[in-house]
Write a protein that binds this ligand. Structure first.
Ligand SMILES: [Zn+2]
Length: 394
């Protein structure tokens, strides 16, 4: 088929064919592919939620000309150019396909990388050092100042959230009632609630919505907790864990880098007396989810949440800074007491210890006669909390 851009396109196709996946990976300081394998597995470059899985989600075909890619978690598909786009911008192409300006800038980057590598000495396959300066660090733009109009429109979505169970859908009401500590006042304060389908929400009625703020308390995102997650998860297990169908517990506003923030990490909290008192008594408490942070507030405990079991480098840096500035150099870890949660927190414990933070473990599947095995801190009873608290206070 004739196309007015066919010369340019042919050029791009050739460029893609000539550039190896390893050239791209090397440029961004990523581990290189194994010699001789047909595909390469790596962490998803489009959505941070995908990193929650224990192994790499993103498959890159090494033995086809355009290097097709597919993320088994978020489902983004594409080719070498799409991969480049993700490595540069840390988000999927707008509208799911690389086109227009996004396409052009990925091509320009590809030209730069393939051109640059002609003039530098070939690096060994074990080297992962980037040959160029690393990509600019992503930031979370507050929604009120966001370049996308759709994002601006939901900046004050927290005003629409329903916090009284009497006005929620049966599923949402059941979820909140099951957590007796989830009072309307607590939900209101944190910007958590159910949202009726009113047109401007990204979240349908089947979600409990949480407001996410940056350190300066500006709203940078919302997340929705899928109220049908448990059913979907059970179905996925029954069906033999099919690839690419793994249900997600939370969904976020597209483009949000949750790994850059800590839930409950807004500085305004330091003005609350209970927060200062708790930091003095225990240091900073770190948990996995948003619900843990809320639950701990009801117990007078100041906690922050990772929004995942695995802390990102940015979160580790932030935790260390918080602990030094306001937590008396102390951190208490409260992981979900299951295999995946504990494995990730073991790594965090190591990283914090290396930074000379005084780290204590609040709970694990073995501690306290194993009574917390398989459980999450948000479900611990008041008595169980008091028992833990005796061991973590100084
Ligand atoms: Zn993904």
């Amino acid at each position: 088929m004739k196309h007015r851009n066919s010369g340019y396109m042919k050029d791009v196709d050739e460029l893609i064919e000539e550039t190896s996946v390893d050239q791209i990976l090397n440029h961004y300081g990523k581990p290189l592919s194994k010699a001789g394998s047909a595909e390469h597995r790596m962490e998803c470059v489009f959505n941070e939620e995908c990193a929650d899985n224990q192994y790499g989600n993103l498959t890159v075909k090494l033995n086809d000309a355009v290097n097709r890619i597919y993320c088994h978690s978020c489902g983004v598909r594409g080719n070498l150019l799409t991969l480049l786009h993700g490595l540069e911008r840390h988000e999927p192409p707008t509208g799911g396909r690389l086109r227009g300006d996004e396409f052009k800038s990925a091509v320009a980057k590809l030209r730069e990388i393939s051109g640059a590598t002609d003039t530098v000495p070939q690096v060994g396959t074990t080297t992962v050092r980037p040959t160029q300066s690393p990509a600019p660090k992503p930031v979370n733009t507050p929604l009120v100042r966001h370049e996308k109009e759709a994002a601006q429109k939901i900046a004050d979505l927290y005003n629409d959230l329903v916090t009284d169970v009497a006005d929620m859908s049966p599923k949402a009401a059941e979820y909140v009632r099951h957590r007796r500590w989830m009072t309307p006042e607590l939900l209101e304060k944190w910007g958590v609630g159910w949202i009726p389908g009113n047109g401007r929400s990204l979240f349908r009625k089947g979600y409990l919505v949480y407001t996410h703020r940056n350190e300066r308390s500006e709203v940078v995102s919302y997340s929705g907790r899928d109220l049908s997650f448990e059913e979907k998860w059970a179905k996925w297990i029954r069906e033999g864990r099919p690839d690419g169908k793994r249900p997600g517990k939370h969904r976020f506003v597209q483009g949000f880098h949750k790994g850059l923030e800590l839930y409950g990490g807004h500085a305004g909290r330091l003005e609350e007396p209970y927060v200062r008192e708790s930091l003095a008594k225990r240091g900073l408490v770190v948990a996995e989810g948003m619900n843990e942070v809320l639950r701990m507030e009801t117990l007078g405990v100041a906690a922050v949440g990772l929004g995942s079991n695995k802390a990102t480098d940015a979160q580790v840096e932030k935790l260390i800074r918080f602990a030094r500035q306001a937590g008396h150099d102390r951190i208490v870890l409260m992981p979900d007491c299951d295999e995946e949660g504990e494995a990730a927190f073991k790594e965090l414990l190591w990283q914090l210890s290396e930074a000379s933070i005084d780290v204590k473990l609040g709970c694990s599947s073995n501690m306290h006669e194993g009574k917390f095995a398989g459980r999450q801190p948000e479900d611990f009873t008041d008595d169980e909390w008091n028992e833990i608290d005796l061991t973590i206070q100084r």
